[in-house]
Design a protein around this ligand. Sequence first.
Ligand SMILES: *[C@@H]1O[C@H](CO)[C@@H](O)[C@H](O)[C@H]1NC(C)=O
Ligand SMILES: *[C@@H]1O[C@H](CO)[C@@H](O)[C@H](O)[C@H]1NC(C)=O
Length: 249
Amino acid sequence: MRLPSAYALTATLAFASVGSAQVVDADLVGTWATKANKTLTGPGFYDPVGDNMIEPSRPGISYSFTSDGFYEEAYYRAISNPANPSCPGAIMQWQHGSYVIGSDGSLTMTPIAVDGRQLLSQPCQNKNSIYTRYNTTEKMKAYRVYTDPYHGVARLDLTEFDGKIMQPMYLVYSPPTMLPTQTLNPTLAAGATSTSKAKRDVPREVPSNFKMGVQSQVMNPDRWWWMGLTFTGIGGLLYFGPRRMGMQL
Ligand SMILES: *[C@@H]1O[C@H](CO)[C@@H](O)[C@H](O)[C@H]1NC(C)=O
Ligand SMILES: *[C@@H]1O[C@H](CO)[C@@H](O)[C@H](O)[C@H]1NC(C)=O
């Protein structure tokens, strides 16, 4: 079976979101963010040209939704370190793709698999930050848009599938501030649709000034993937390479 190219995939997703959307909800359209309002979707969080994530000044979550079925998500939070509570880590995640509101009121967000990015920094466990692809479909059981009684602004509550309600988000921009909604990283995309799971298993290391909010080096997960192969040596390459990458030789 031939794999679709990234563009074909995008077109399919876009078509699917329009074609199968049960409900259109203008109230959802816009950029939403948790209270600190420093983690926001758009070019301030992920730079697709340099393939860099830009560390916000405060942790938070942001989602954007368009009226034609696209979404984008920015996530930045600290992660605890049980072994050494005074040395937490941080994680940044970015995805975009298409969403569908189900007739049951659920909200399903399907990312463009090759575009998502994650940057994980755990300075006490690993002196380098780890930059990888990120691809997670999110299914929200429900969502609710209403005027927050205390702040008097539009508020979005997302209910996760286990019933847990996420931190409230407030409307920041309408129309939303987002990166282009088509595939941004088509490099290796045709292969990547089948291989990036394998790729994810191999962390790509980047210089660790992540905590400073500065990344001195252009990040390119595809290049790191290939560089990583050379570190495993020729034997490793022969043994792991083609099989783990699912390469069609
Ligand atoms: C959130 O931050 C954005 C960008 O700095 C700003 O335009 C907006 O007014 C802020 N909104 C609130 C509610 O603070
Ligand atoms: C992305 O995630 C979806 C849902 O979990 C999965 O079906 C798909 O194979 C993944 N794609 C890649 C390229 O990892």
